[in-house]
Design a binder for this molecule. Structure first.
Ligand code: G6Q
Length: 543
């Protein structure tokens, strides 16, 4: 691998020169020049269709981006990740979320142990437990079956489970109620348990470390809530299970280690929804659907690992993200799922992309001299069209968009799906080609209004389509983005798998907590923080 700084590499310099040539080229002209562009710049793999023709690229751009991937050693880095090398260098850890969905007959070793057999052993425990709860065989303390499941976790131990629950709601057991608690704001837990019967409620405490302030605070309060109704510590074992890597802390909390579902330090929080952190998902949709989701992940893993880069969906998506972030200076990517079930998908991607690639230090410890991770955001279509799309169409910023849609809906209702998908195609078309001043004039618009009603177009987008939203498709979509994020991190030469910014936040609040509990303490922060704490201590009433 070439260790020259990214911005001095041959392919990077070639891309800079190329960008100057095509930065003003309009998508209208690119499509006019190549009538087959919409077919040529598309790729279908593992059941996902990616149309990337409405990007501000030429065949030359793709050629140079692919050369950049080669020069940055992407192929070797993919192999290293799948093999279990400790590519998370700042934490000296392997990065093996791909092992979570490996087939039973595969072997992947970390420090001499075959992790695939460990993964399947945990999956079996999860399946057995889920089946008992779903069939009503797992009884609560008073002998009643479980009807409510509350997942307590935050960050990677929450966003994946929430997103997957919403995404797969169609497949969820309607007899079970699911709630998710993440915020240390007492409102979150209070609202989550409102109306629930304690003796029918199961809490899943999901925390890799089992020391996270928010999760442990919520777990302790949930425990008190339960004991207020059931009055016996023995009830805890029937109503609390844990998902964690920290058996000692789980036991200290009072959860029987027989009711703990483990995972490993080589699973990053934001890459953990298909580990035991997905227990709530499995309880909702059942072991078979969970397994189908894992198969979807695996299919995309295999595609990413084996496909040529010019036909490789995550590689293409990742390289395009680099193209806009580093050459066009785009700061954000809008993710626009045209499926109500994917309403939490943008929030999930936000963590996946921004916690992974929000870094400014290269692997060798130097400060990067190019932009890294873009800001991911979005809302489901068509709602976004009636709010923020205005800025995407006519604002001053270039915002590449990913449209996600399905050929078939899970809820056929009159003409709804055709209307929904017509909007996907129309939006991508309007962003790319706009509406010229002449066209606006032809509609009889008065001259003073023409500039306001003109759309310059040339706004890039990808359209990603799949048959329908099944558990398998969800696995493929998530893996698509996981590997796109990985591709970007490799190009940017950063560690996409640590999160020191999150760790700092975990420590800082702990320092102020005792100062809020004890107004007498001498405050030694800056004058702003001191005043704010003082104000809080004076005005906060303890009742
Ligand atoms: C994810 C991050 C972070 C983490 C949470 C929860 O990649 O590491 O979001 O998932 O801070 O941590 P625990 O699971 O340890 O409670």
């Amino acid at each position: 691998m070439d260790h020259k700084p990214l911005s001095t590499r041959e392919s990077w310099l070639a891309l800079e020169a190329h960008y100057q040539n095509i930065r003003n080229t309009h998508l209208r002209d690119l499509f006019r020049a190549d009538p087959m562009r919409g077919e040529r710049m598309a790729c279908e793999a593992a059941g996902l269709y990616l149309d990337y023709s409405k990007n501000r690229i030429t065949a030359e751009t793709m050629h140079l981006l692919l050369a950049l991937a080669e020069e940055c050693g992407l192929r070797e880095r993919i192999e290293a990740m799948f093999r279990g090398d400790k590519i998370n260098i700042t934490e000296n850890r392997a990065v093996l979320h791909t092992a979570l969905r490996a087939r039973r007959d595969q072997h992947i070793y970390v420090d001499g142990a075959d992790v695939v057999s460990e993964v399947h052993a945990v999956l079996e425990c999860m399946s057995a437990f889920s089946s008992r709860v779903r069939q009503g065989d797992w009884k609560g303390y008073t002998g009643k079956r479980i009807r409510n499941i509350v997942n307590i976790g935050i960050g990677g131990s929450d966003l994946g489970p929430v997103m997957a629950y919403e995404a797969l709601r169609h497949y969820s057991d309607p007899a079970l109620i699911f709630r998710f608690v993440s915020n240390v704001d007492g409102t979150d837990l209070s609202e989550a348990v409102r109306g629930l019967q304690a003796d029918e409620t199961l809490f899943i405490v999901s925390s890799k470390t089992f020391t996270t302030l928010e999760t442990m605070t919520n777990a302790h309060s949930a425990r008190q809530w339960l004991l207020r109704s059931l009055h016996d510590e023995a009830a805890i074992a029937r109503h609390f299970v844990a998902v964690s890597t920290n058996e000692a802390e789980v036991r200290r909390f009072g959860i029987d280690s027989a009711n703990m579902f483990g995972f490993w330090d080589w699973v990053g929080g934001r890459y953990s929804m298909d580990s035991a952190i997905g227990l709530s998902t499995m309880l909702a949709v059942g072991p078979d659907n969970f397994q189908a989701m894992l198969s979807g992940f695996h299919a995309m893993d295999e595609h990413f690992r084996t496909a040529l880069f010019d036909r490789n969906l995550p590689v293409i998506l990742g390289l395009l993200a680099v193209w806009y972030a580093d050459f066009f200076g785009s700061q954000t990517v809008a993710v626009l799922p045209y499926d109500q079930y994917l309403k939490r998908f943008p929030a999930y991607l936000q963590q996946l992309a921004m916690e992974s690639n929000g870094k400014h230090i290269a692997l060798d410890g130097s400060i990067v001299d190019y932009p890294t991770g873009a800001i991911y955001w979005g809302e489901p279509g068509t709602n976004g069209q009636h709010s923020f799309y205005q800025l995407i169409h006519q604002g001053t910023r270039l915002i590449p968009c990913d449209f996600l849609g399905f050929f078939n809906t899970l809820n056929p209702l009159d003409n709804h799906h055709n209307l929904l998908m017509a909007n996907v195609f129309a939006q991508a078309e309007a962003l790319a080609f706009g509406k010229s001043a002449d066209d606006v004039r032809k509609e009889g618009t008065p001259e003073w209004l023409v500039p306001h009603r003109t759309f310059e177009g040339n706004r890039p987008s990808n359209v990603i389509l799949a048959d329908r939203l099944t558990p398998e498709t969800l696995g493929k979509l998530v893996a698509l983005y996981e590997h796109s994020v990985f591709t970007q991190g490799v190009i940017w030469d950063i560690d996409s798998f640590d999160q020191w910014g999150v760790e700092l936040g975990k420590v800082l609040a702990q320092r102020i907590v005792p100062e809020l509990a004890n107004p007498e303490v001498t405050l030694t922060h800056d004058s702003s923080t001191n005043t704010l704490i003082h104000l809080y201590n004076t005005r906060h009433s303890t009742h």
